[in-house]
Design a protein around this ligand. Structure first.
Ligand code: COA
Length: 311
């Protein structure tokens, strides 16, 4: 079981960054043995450490929180979210992009609603880099209850989460989306182990594809990943350039039963830090921001618009 620690329990501060911002999280929970303990509200956003930070949240936030997140979105992002037929999908899109903007704004010390996010080649969302800051890469994935956001400075990053479904024709799907080595290896597993290995393989592959940003233009059979539950996440082989495999590192992200998730990032030796954030953390103190509310610091525990709910 990953070690789980709560930090910033007393004497916390939150800060408001620019106009129309959400508040910096007070008690974001650090997960796993790889994490730091939060020493300040900004600690989770110290991307300068060269690590890969993965933030996770449940998709269900209150209507008040969704309204605040929606206010952070660009008109295109709002239109994209509004186009979903089901309310649950609209809300998921708003929470995913709103929280992404919030985290990026916090890390970069900029108003989240002023960040410019564009679709790069093959549709991968990217941030217009600030002239005075190192480029920050990010990637988002969602499935079932979870939304995951990976952030890293100066290294490409991709993340994927999948809710496991049972009864899928995994060997048939593998014929279309896995490499020959992966297909053969999956078929050789005992039937009971195949389903889990399928999702492990899928998320590791997808994280790599998303880190590269190639989308479906990268042939899925042109690289092999490890896929047994007992094998560490690894990009084993790449074709036609075998050297590509050593330029990336994959890691699994434990999410609990019913889910598999993985992150891929350029380079090696980077540290993985995982953070859990929910509404109680983000909205503990809520002061209506104004255009002049630039970089104020206020003590946690003062007036609250969105009251803290009992845990
Ligand atoms: C676009 C793609 C990333 C969709 O992935 P998905 O698993 O359906 O969905 P996820 O929730 O993981 O990711 C969606 C997010 O990825 C991001 N994204 C979009 N295009 C991307 C690209 N080319 N590269 C990386 N990230 C991309 C977006 O942020 C998107 O969320 P948003 O639209 O709310 O901003 C694409 O890789 C795809 O279609 N993959 C399926 C390929 C496949 O068949 N894989 C088999 C397993 S190997």
């Amino acid at each position: 079981m990953p070690k789980r620690s709560l930090s910033c329990q007393t004497d916390d501060y939150v800060s408001i960054i620019g106009a129309n911002s959400l508040l910096v999280t007070r008690a974001t929970q650090a997960l796993s043995e790889d994490t730091n303990t939060l020493q300040s509200p900004q600690a989770g956003c110290r991307l300068g450490d060269g690590g890969v930070h993965v933030w996770r949240t449940r998709r269900h936030w209150s209507p008040a929180a969704i309204t605040r997140f929606r206010d952070l979105l660009s008109s295109e992002e709002r239109a994209k979210a509004d186009a979903f037929h089901f309310e649950a999908d609209r809300h998921r899109a708003i929470v995913g992009r709103g929280l992404l903007r919030h985290l990026l704004g916090t890390c970069l010390n900029r108003p989240p609603d002023a960040l410019q996010i564009f679709a790069g080649q093959n549709g991968k969302p990217e941030l217009v880099p600030a002239l005075d800051a190192a480029p920050v890469a990010f990637n988002v994935s969602h499935s079932g209850d979870w939304i995951l956001i990976a952030l890293a400075q100066q290294r490409a990053v991709g993340v994927d989460v999948e809710q496991m479904r049972s009864g899928m024709a995994v060997l048939e799907i593998a014929q279309r989306v896995f490499s020959e080595a992966e297909r053969t290896g999956l078929a050789a597993l005992p039937a009971a182990a195949r389903e889990e290995s399928f999702f492990i393989c899928w998320t590791r592959k997808e994280a790599y594809i998303k880190a590269r940003g190639d989308g479906l233009s990268l042939p899925l059979g042109s690289f092999d990943v490890s896929f047994r539950a007992t094998d560490a996440a690894q990009l084993l082989a790449t074709r036609p350039d075998p050297g590509e495999a050593s330029r990336w590192t994959l890691r699994d992200l434990p999410l609990g039963s019913g889910y598999h998730a993985a992150v891929a990032a350029a380079g090696s030796g980077w540290q993985l830090r995982q953070w859990h954030v929910d509404e109680h953390d983000l909205f503990e103190v809520c002061v209506m921001p104004t255009q002049s509310a630039d970089s104020k610091r206020i003590r946690s525990g003062s007036s609250s618009e969105l009251a803290r709910k009992p845990r």
